[in-house]
Design a protein around this ligand. Structure first.
Ligand code: ZN
Length: 326
């Protein structure tokens, strides 16, 4: 079976285009991007293409930004909303958030082959739904708080409606799409959820802003045991915690938790790999989540680690209760 790289190579050759592949180190850091920029710069490319998951794509974005080239993103999984945005999230070598690099413009082409997405492990597709699940709730919060979006502007009614469409698509088609992807099948539901995970979530978060769900995801990453959790899995739990902190009704929160359970997104700390759910340990996550510059501060009220800690504990309790129900 040919790899996606083989398919891309064959297509480029067919069109007599010169190309050069460079492997990505596995982490999007300033140094990995600088190293690739130096290598790529020798070829003076007109186009830089990012092929792979979110980190590979974010690295390609940083390289294209550095070289001033056109940018094509070719996601091979739909596990996050990185492919469409004009943002490269850079980390330290230890996968701690370093900075948000805002690009001058969005990718010129976003190329998604639905069959490639469906054949990738279902867990990635489901994680993408976790990332997309946060989009509407965070966008709505940013509207209430008049928080700035990532490029420093404010949201529009159109962007907010795309964020809402992202949410509604997941609720209507998420479960059937997940079941189809389990069988490597591309159904209309799968196409809709790919659009939600990659396009609607990307445009939604970029145009309206992020809030506590993503901030709490940063905090959860600081806890021992979460190293194996995917971005969207942590964001899904962060979304539930955000809803708890924002005092959504139990009915609304349960609707989100039931969705997570139905598609296989984690709803408890244990499912994320955290075995020490003591207050002392969770306080580490709450403190990180309230760090300077993190999007938890886009809430429409003053946040502090105590508030986030109670929300994490409350979310975990609701998740636990849901597992006992089912
Ligand atoms: Zn995200």
């Amino acid at each position: 079976m040919s790899t996606v790289q083989d398919q891309v190579s064959a297509s480029l050759e067919e069109h007599s285009m010169e190309y050069h592949f460079e492997a990505f180190s596995g982490e999007c850091t300033r140094s990995s991007a600088a190293e690739l920029s130096e290598k790529a710069g020798k070829f003076g490319p007109d186009v830089v293409a990012g092929l792979g998951g979110g980190r590979a794509i974010d690295t390609a974005k940083a390289v294209s930004h550095e070289l001033g080239s056109a940018l094509v993103t070719i996601p091979t999984v739909a596990s996050n909303d990185a492919p469409c945005s004009a943002l490269s999230v850079q980390f330290t070598e230890n996968h701690v958030l370093d900075r948000f690099l805002i690009l001058e413009r969005n990718p010129d082409v976003v190329l998604v082959d639905s069959q490639v997405i469906a054949e990738a492990p279902t867990r990635y597709f489901v994680a993408g739904m976790g990332d997309a699940l946060a989009t509407w709730f965070e966008a709505y919060t940013c509207t209430k708080s008049s928080a700035k979006n990532l490029p420093g502007g404010v949201t529009t009614a159109a962007a907010l409606n795309l964020a809402r469409l992202c949410h509604d698509t997941l609720m209507e088609y998420g479960v059937s799409a997940k079941l189809a992807v389990d069988q490597d099948a591309v159904t209309p539901a799968v196409e809709k959820v790919i659009e939600a995970n990659i396009l609607l979530s990307g445009v939604g978060f970029e145009s309206s802003g992020l809030a506590a769900a993503h901030g709490i995801h940063e905090g959860l990453q600081a806890l021992e045991g979460t190293e194996g959790a995917l971005h969207g899995e942590l964001v899904a739990f962060g979304t539930i915690a955000q809803l708890v902190m924002e005092d959504y009704s139990k009915g609304e929160i349960d609707r989100v938790i039931d969705f997570c359970n139905a598609v296989g997104l984690p709803v408890t700390l244990r499912q994320l790999g955290v075995s020490d759910a003591s207050r002392e340990n969770l306080m580490k996550a709450a403190e990180v989540a309230c760090g300077e510059g993190l999007t938890t501060h886009n809430s429409y009220f003053e946040v502090n680690p105590d508030l986030v800690l109670e929300a994490i504990i409350g979310a975990n309790a609701l998740g636990d209760a849901s597992l006992k129900r089912s």
